[in-house]
Design a binder for this molecule. Sequence first.
Ligand code: DQQ
Length: 473
Amino acid sequence: MMSEPVQISRERIASDFQRPIYHFLPPSNWMNDPNGFIQWQGQYHLFYQYNPFGAVWGNMHWGHATSRDLIHWQDHPIALAPTPGGPDEAGCFSGCAVDVDGTPMLFYTGARGERHDTQTQCRAISRDGLMTWEKDLRNPILHRVPDLSGQQADFRDPFVWKQGDAWYMVVGSRVEDVGGAVFLYRSDDLVTWTYLHPLLIGDRERTGLVWECPNFFPLDDHRWVLIVSAHTGSATGTVFYFVGDYVDHQFTPAVQGVLDHASLYAPLTTLDDAGRRLLIGWIREERPDSALTAAGWAGAQSIPRVLSLDSGSRLLMTPVSELGAIRGRHSRLAARPLDGEATLEVSGRALDLDAEFVPERDGTCGISVVCSMDGGERTDVFYDAAQETLTVRTVIDGAAPTVRVVPHALDAGEHLRLRLLLDGSVLEIIANQRTSLTHRVYSGDAAHQGVRVVGRQARLNALDIWEMPSIWR
Ligand code: DQQ
């Protein structure tokens, strides 16, 4: 462990053109999972996995920020730090916040051991409006992974809710040689937890080795949703969701999907005062540690998304409407047939784009951003109607292109809706509210800012583009 926290001000690294300006990230250093996301007395609190000692993963603390609108954030002092000799001495890992009859409480994983291989569940209480936290002297309040798993090194990320008179908790884990698992617990007093059974066990070939950061909640009144972040054993992987019925504490998934196909991981949800189920997720970096250390920062949070289900129980995600309030200069490209490529007058590295296309049976269509004048650098986001795929492809002068192709079938008569949130090196892509592809673009030059619309055998219905300002004034 490094001995001194590293303090770099927001101002000092603000000119880094890879750094997002309207997505949340701490003043400096490493951030990963969102933690303890909750609306409290009107204000949203976001905690996050934070390394005060550098821009790489390690020394996990909980950072803290608040917001009135989910867009502008105020930084606060660290909320949780490891206690030497305590069950979290090697790190305060991920968890959630709950309102216990007016008292805010955090549940989180304490990690112990050089390899963080003893993981137990802990809690902390605040008596001053979520600013400072007292750890429970009885920690850990849940210490033994169920025998079915036996893997104390993979027992983490409690998610807690109240149902009827009882409290319930799900914890992420795995079953050796089988796959990721989520275990279900019940408590009357939030201290003594009784293991009920696995809520769901995955299949290592299809849904990963370890399940992290489970979320379990009812949505649109009639169905329950389980979200898990699948770890491959050596790296963070894909986020999956399951939608189904939950009766007598038994979850029967009917629909399964991918919540994000690329760089969004460990999302956390909360129900806000307006009754919205909000999701925020860590946008991880896709560059080596040496580049992160040189930059002095790593990791961003997605723009919070509102969740809902469509008639087929597919998960829909829409960036919160609050984002609309900060949009700057607006440009609109009116309806037109597409045959080739057109460079737009608008350009930028912080943009909100919303487009509707109508591809023919063999048509292709999409938007390119971060384009250099000569086209040597560009990031193309396009749909292939024949293949029913959405592709993101980044070409940076001289380097091998980064390409991701994911399935995206349109329903009969459905048009292609593309929402792109470009912010420095972050590119959130959401197609028809249900296919999420979060991508990173480490452009070679700040001047590469062009936007193009591309297509063949397709029609553009409309493209709206807004320039986005910095949320840090
Ligand atoms: N990150 C935390 C864990 C969690 C993982 C540690 C997911 O609690 O399982 O930083 O990214």
